[in-house]
Design a protein around this ligand. Structure first.
Ligand SMILES: Cc1cc2nc3c(=O)[nH]c(=O)nc-3n(C[C@H](O)[C@H](O)[C@H](O)COP(=O)(O)OP(=O)(O)OC[C@H]3O[C@@H](n4cnc5c(N)ncnc54)[C@H](O)[C@@H]3O)c2cc1C
Length: 224
């Protein structure tokens, strides 16, 4: 079945309507996709036994949905329940003249919906491939793929990317043109970046086992 692409503008629903710091909100799906593609760890918020839990976990995606996975024993992955997933990138600390105006430069996305447990074998394998390739491009072809037993021990959830929101803050502190500008204090942004390091071989590897190119080439590149 060929599915229609999701609208280029993110929907304004009761849940996604920005109420505070609205000027940081974006309605562009392209911004949502860029935020999702820049990371691979999200936070999954879900009620477990009536209480909220927020679980950091990796994800993958296609054009329409986010995929999350874990152990079949994981209660946060029960599925068929409302969830809220966030992805956050911190780009810098905004150091203002007043403590009140301090902030963070960031890109963040929030996805609301009901996560569906994937039961179809083909979709499960395709979802796990997306998830693996999202954080480690090239590993699906390189590493051993999941066995039947491993697949049975794994839960895969699919969450539609339909109902989502984006917020982005960039730039200088907001008090450069206020009364505090005359305090004579330094103010500005302390940027933050994350960079991939040099691969560290497993000590159990036979000597002279080469680092595969798809891993080696990431060293020194920026993440996020
Ligand atoms: C790293 C980081 C640090 C932050 N620190 C603070 C802080 O210390 N204090 C503070 O007040 N705010 C902070 N924010 C902003 C915060 O995430 C909220 O956007 C803001 O506080 C509004 O919250 P609210 O509950 O009033 O949201 P509302 O405006 O009521 O939220 C309505 C809807 O807007 C959308 N939305 C809200 N926030 C976000 C978001 N961040 N990303 C994507 N969609 C969103 C969601 O769909 C949400 O359901 C921070 C954000 C980031 C990424």
């Amino acid at each position: 079945m060929i599915e229609e692409p999701l609208p280029a503008r993110l929907p304004v629903t009761d849940r996604t309507r920005h109420r505070r710091l609205r000027e940081q909100g974006s309605r562009e799906r392209a911004e949502l996709e860029a935020i999702l593609d820049a990371g691979f760890v999200c936070h999954l918020g879900v009620l477990v036994d009536g209480r909220p839990v927020v679980v950091p976990t990796v994800y993958g995606r296609d054009e329409r949905r986010l995929y999350l996975h874990g152990s079949v024993a994981s209660r946060s992955l029960a599925g068929d329940t409302p969830v809220c997933v966030t992805v956050t990138h911190v780009d810098g600390l905004v150091l203002a003249r007043s403590v009140f105006e301090h902030g963070v430069n960031y890109r963040s996305a929030m996805i609301h919906g009901v996560a569906r447990k994937v039961t179809d074998g083909e979709e499960k394998l395709a979802g796990l491939r997306l998830l693996t390739e999202h954080s480690a491009p090239g590993q699906w072809s390189y590493a051993r793929r999941p066995s039947r037993k491993e697949l049975a021990a794994t839960t895969l959830l699919a969450l539609s990317l339909e109902e989502a929101s984006v917020k982005i803050r960039t730039g200088a502190p907001d008090d450069g043109d206020g009364p505090d500008a005359s305090l004579g204090l330094w103010a500005g942004v302390l940027p933050l970046t994350t960079v991939w390091g040099v691969p560290e071989p497993d000590p159990a590897l036979p000597a002279r086992t080469a680092v595969p190119e798809h891993i080696a080439r990431r060293a020194g590149t920026r993440h996020g």
